[in-house]
Design a protein around this ligand. Structure first.
Ligand code: PLP
Ligand code: COI
Length: 337
């Protein structure tokens, strides 16, 4: 067992034993290869370095009370990775390679998979990069699919405690007909300046508005946004946000709980009417939003430093399903071993 204090982990990188790689050459994917190196040799003219031909995913692995190791909806991550790859003209990664890679990385790094009850999980990071050289702006003819894992704690240091966030009005993360629905590295590069600014202002994350009209909520840093009022779960519909698997799951769980669900444009003016708000994603899980600041205005959702009752119920159902405490009625969980 490694000398890791699981409870103290933040969302950071810890070196593990092995990662896996699979190369695409001459129009086909090769065999999965295991590596103990944290480095990759790369051509100086690789398209990922110059033209951002890169897509990634993020999914978590959990240990249950029963000791079993579970993944959550990996098929959805695979589907989204295929979609992201298509969006930047990279080859599709077959589902069997994706799943074998997930299993192998878990099996080879078992001592890094946090035990039940620690609040930590094992985060899998698959990526595809264009490795073939091009100097013209064209897709590469060679690719690398890489998957590594690392134990992580909460994305926001507050964990399941409300965070304060700030609306950004002087930059956009993604354009309406751009790349926002794909999980490609360029979107995250595009968010760094705004992210740094809001952090320096003392906020946990940037809340982006739609790029065209600046009227509607888009998403919240590396997470989707939801608001709750009148027994209704409301989440933005937008052509420039990432289709979050966590949000999709919360929609189903909200319906199971008897809430109404609305996926539609959410005008900024609606913010004061919400009873609860949250940011959701694999890394963020549910991060309750304590307040949203927009210039001089502030909308407060938590006065006592705790999440609201519906967010708590959603969180318990989601996390319980992921670690096996709650019955997996939707068949979302795959047991690795
Ligand atoms: N939005 C962005 C920009 C993200 O990076 C993520 C993280 O994956 C999400 C939303 C949440 O998506 P998911 O729930 O699939 O992790
Ligand atoms: C995830 O939630 O898995 C993400 O990919 C967010 C990440 C950018 C930190």
């Amino acid at each position: 067992m490694k000398n890791i204090v699981w409870e103290n982990l933040s969302f950071g990188y810890t070196k593990t034993n092995h990662n896996v790689r699979c190369y695409y050459k001459d129009g086909k994917w090769g065999e999965i290869e295991v590596s103990s190196s944290e480095n990759i040799p790369i051509h100086i003219a690789a398209t990922c370095l110059h033209y951002g031909q890169e897509a990634f995913e993020g999914l978590k692995v959990f240990t249950g009370k029963d000791g079993k190791i579970r993944t959550f909806r990996w098929q959805e991550n695979h589907k989204r990775m295929v979609n992201s790859a298509q969006g930047i003209m990279m080859p599709e990664i077959p589902a069997d390679i994706f799943w074998e890679a997930c299993k192998k990385v878990v099996e080879l790094n078992k001592e890094f998979v946090p035990p039940y009850g620690t609040g930590a999980s094992f985060y899998l990071r698959p990526l595809i990069i264009g490795t073939g050289p091009q100097i013209g702006v064209r897709p590469a003819n060679e690719y690398l699919f890489l998957l590594f894992g690392t134990p992580v704690g909460p994305y926001f240091k507050e964990g399941f405690k409300p965070v304060n966030i700030q609306i950004v009005r002087d930059s956009d993360r993604a354009a309406p007909l751009g790349m926002g629905t794909y999980k490609v590295g360029g979107n995250y590069a595009a968010s760094l300046v705004a992210g740094d600014k809001v952090h320096k202002n003392g906020y946990a994350a940037a809340l982006y508005l739609d790029a065209k009209e600046k009227k509607y909520i888009d998403e919240c840093g590396p997470a989707n946004f939801f608001g709750i009022k009148n027994n209704t779960y409301i989440t933005p519909k937008s052509s420039s946000i990432l289709p979050s698997i966590t949000n999709k799951s919360l929609i189903t769980l909200a319906e199971d709980m008897g809430l109404k669900v609305e996926r539609r444009q959410v005008p900024v003016e609606e913010l004061p009417s919400f009873e609860e708000c949250g940011a959701c994603g694999t890394a963020a899980v549910i991060s309750p939003i304590g307040s949203i600041v927009d210039g001089e205005k502030e909308y407060v959702y938590s006065k006592d430093g705790n999440a609201g009752p519906i967010s708590i119920k959603l969180y318990e159902k989601l996390v319980g399903t992921q670690n096996g405490d709650v019955e997996d009625i939707h068949n979302w969980v795959s047991i690795i071993e």
